[in-house]
Ligand binder design. Structure first.
Ligand SMILES: [Zn+2]
Length: 204
C-alpha cells in the first residue's frame, strides 16, 4: 500500500493543489460528463490520459477486453449494461465510444483459452466467440495478425451489441447521441477510427 499512499500524497500536493478550484466546482454539483467510453481493464490503457481529458469529462466503463454484451434485461447482474444505461439515460452523454486496443490479453485468452478453469473470465469472453471464429478461420496469417483481426472483430461486435440497446438507439435517432468505435495501438502510438458505412478502420 505504501506506493499507493505516497502516490496519493504527491497527487494532493501537486495536481490537486494546482486544480483546487476545479475540484471544488466538480464536487459541488452533479457530474455531467460529455463522453462515455467502454475500454479494457488493461493497466497499460490510461484512457483519460490518452484523450488528454480532465476529471468530470469522461464516464469510463471498464471490463475485460472492452466488450459490450447484448441487450439482455433479465434478472442477472449486468455491470457493463448498467453503466451503459446510466450513461445514456441518466447522464445523457453526447458521445459514446467503444475503444479496443492492440495486444489485448483478454482477446488472447479468447483465441487460446487457458487450461486453468475460471469462475467468470471464460464465460465473459464467450460473448465474443463469433469474432474468435472469424479470426481463427483466417489462413496464412501470423499470430499477431490473427490477434489484431480478432480485436477488431470483437470491437465491431461490441459496437453492434451497443446499437441493440433500444433507448440508446432512440437517442441516436433523435440526434442527441453519437456512437463510435476506436482502436488504440500503444506500441505504434496510433488510434484508428471505425467507419461503419465502409466497414474500415482509418488512422485519426
Ligand atoms: Zn485488453
Amino acid at each position: 500500500m505504501e506506493r499507493l499512499i505516497e502516490g496519493f500524497k504527491r497527487f494532493r500536493s501537486n495536481y490537486f493543489e494546482a486544480n483546487r478550484a476545479r475540484f471544488e466546482r466538480l464536487a459541488g454539483r452533479p457530474q455531467h460528463p460529455r463522453y462515455a467510453i467502454v475500454t479494457c481493464c488493461d493497466s497499460r490503457i490510461d484512457t483519460t490520459r490518452v484523450f488528454d481529458a480532465i476529471p468530470g469529462e469522461v464516464f469510463l466503463i471498464r471490463n475485460i477486453a472492452n466488450l459490450v454484451p447484448p441487450y439482455e434485461p433479465d434478472q442477472h447482474h449486468h455491470s457493463t449494461s448498467a453503466a451503459i444505461e446510466y450513461a445514456v439515460r441518466v447522464l445523457k452523454v453526447g458521445q459514446f465510444v467503444v475503444m479496443g486496443h492492440a495486444g489485448c490479453v483478454g482477446i488472447r485468452a479468447l483465441l487460446a483459452p487457458p487450461s486453468e478453469p475460471t469462475d467468470f473470465v471464460t464465460l465473459w469472453l464467450q460473448m465474443a466467440t463469433p469474432a474468435r471464429d472469424w479470426a481463427m478461420s483466417k489462413t496464412d496469417v501470423s499470430d499477431e495478425e490473427r490477434q489484431r483481426s480478432c480485436e477488431l472483430a470483437a470491437l465491431k461486435l461490441s459496437l453492434n451489441n451497443l446499437l441493440g440497446f433500444p433507448w440508446l438507439n432512440a437517442r441516436i435517432e433523435d440526434g442527441s447521441l453519437q456512437v463510435d468505435a476506436l482502436y488504440l495501438d500503444l506500441e505504434r502510438g496510433e488510434m484508428l477510427l471505425y467507419d461503419r458505412q465502409n466497414d474500415t478502420f482509418a488512422e485519426v
